[in-house]
Ligand binder design. Sequence first.
Ligand SMILES: [Zn+2]
Length: 388
Amino acid sequence: MDVRAEISRAIDGFRSKAVAVSHEIHEHPELKFEEKFAADLLTKTIGELGVKVEKGVGELPTAFRAETGGDGPTIAILAEYDALPNGHSCGHNLIAGAALAAFAGLKSAAQQLPGRIVLLGTPAEEGGGGKIILLNRGMLKGVDAAMMAHPTDAEWCTMPALATKHLEITFRGRAAHASLAPWDGASALMAIIQTFQSVDAARLQWKDGSRVHGIITDGGQAVNIIPEKTECQFLARAKTSAYADQMAQRVLRCAEAAALATGTTLSHRVIGGYKNMINNRAMALRYSSHTESLGARSPEAPPDLPTGSTDMGDVSHAMPAIHPVFAVSRHGEGTCHEDAFVKHADTPYAYDAMIRVAKAMALTAYDLLAEPELLRNATEEFRGRPQS
Ligand SMILES: [Zn+2]
């Protein structure tokens, strides 16, 4: 039998298992770095395929790594499985299911693979940057190309995810009775409010496609005390890390001005940041041709598509990589991080899409191993990438 047909057939055969695993993960949402149930279930299922799994790789207890195939180039398929406080509202259970099913399909053709497939379990995409940690700790060393796919409300073979810079700002003022002697105080809350107003005033001058958004995580201690300490967070997003850094600097200048005006002081720390996604077109277009033959059009996304950010961006700056998205809800029915999306991530429609995507990823990975020219094109494109 043709190897590609064998891979597809094996994924169909694995379907009920992949759906059950994905559904179970959906039923047990776990926050970043706490994905114990998901990591245990995934590694147990991979073990049942007759593959050795390394758990806790890169010193992350809920990360894992498995391999199949043999000598030759190495392609990594990445699985996410963390949830948000409102459940699996980003559908990472489907990312895990698709990666698992793709790996199972490729494992069934292990003897005929002209290279190696790595399945890497990557915790904490939602704000923890698990892939960045694993990348820095060498868990993607020797990998020639990497891929994953993410559910949303549309089908694109590329995703222009934005770079981020995540700041936490703390203001310290002076407490005073808010009625008896307010003049004795210096309000750390006013400093935060003025920071938000100054950041809003700066929006006009930021480049198209960039975003900045913040929350107040500590607005004061008691309503009858002039707030002594307050804390907020800002996330600046832009098409490049360099521009996200510039925006974050501007946010800090707004905060400094607010501190000066209110007689408070500030400190800040950088919580983290993701790089923008460099979509490898050679890989993306091959993935797209497979989804099309499986009945779903998956064109390149328009460059100004409103989008979020992902730690896959950092992977895409280290090797050729793709992060296609697939539709599990219809446009207007709710998208990632909305409460409604929790339900969309656990429907027969979503699982059909997950299996289709698993096949498209597995076939793309196989092509990268079997067609040296495709991998060469992807690598050359990566070497010529814009620096940012
Ligand atoms: Zn997500």
